[in-house]
Design a protein around this ligand. Structure first.
Ligand code: FES
Ligand code: FES
Length: 175
């Protein structure tokens, strides 16, 4: 039995320590945000935050997570609510400004890559409030083990959504 903290909640997991975190999240904890794309850290579809840093959950073992906090796509609203100090009632209806921006920019096409795109964007915007286009491109291409891939070519919309979310976050979440 292993205990991990996912989206602010302690979860008990029966899987062996060498199980990929992605399998634990999807199969044991029924969190379907992270996607299985390549299984080799080459596409970014499986990304999650580990103590605020993007990792590829397909190559991250359960045993390596330890006491670190895992945040999945499903945890973005509560992450934002905690950062903003929202009340329980406010938090119940909160969505992360990134999610709002993604909706407003109609960013996804098939949607398969978008989990990783939003996780990477969260990491970026928590460190760089108003990134330039060059900084956004750098974050999505060379900052991780590989570039985040979108086979549908939604890259322009992603950049626009990241900038929209950055402006909203700088204003406390207002679009
Ligand atoms: S499934 Fe993990 S990087 Fe592609
Ligand atoms: S929206 Fe289809 S892979 Fe990116």
């Amino acid at each position: 039995m292993t205990t991990i903290v996912v989206n602010g909640v302690k979860r008990e997991v029966q899987a062996p320590n060498d199980t990929p975190l992605l399998y634990v999240l999807r199969n044991d904890l029924e969190l379907s945000g992270p996607q299985f794309g390549c299984g080799m850290a080459q596409c970014g579809a499986c990304s999650v935050l580990l103590n605020g840093k993007e990792v590829r959950s397909c190559i991250t073992t359960l045993g390596s997570v330890g006491g670190k906090e895992v945040t999945t796509l499903e945890g973005l609203p509560s992450r934002w609510a905690k950062q903003k100090g929202l009340s329980e009632a406010e938090a119940a209806h909160a969505i992360h400004p990134l999610q709002a921006a993604w909706i407003e920019e109609q960013t996804p096409l098939c949607g398969f890559c978008q989990n990783g795109m939003m996780i990477k964007a969260t990491e970026l915007l928590e460190h760089t409030a108003s990134p330039t286009v060059a900084e956004i491109k750098e974050a999505f291409t060379t900052s991780g083990p590989s570039a985040h891939l979108c086979r549908c070519g939604s890259y322009t919309a992603i950049i626009q959504a990241v900038q929209r979310a950055g402006h909203a976050m700088a204003k406390g979440g207002q679009a």
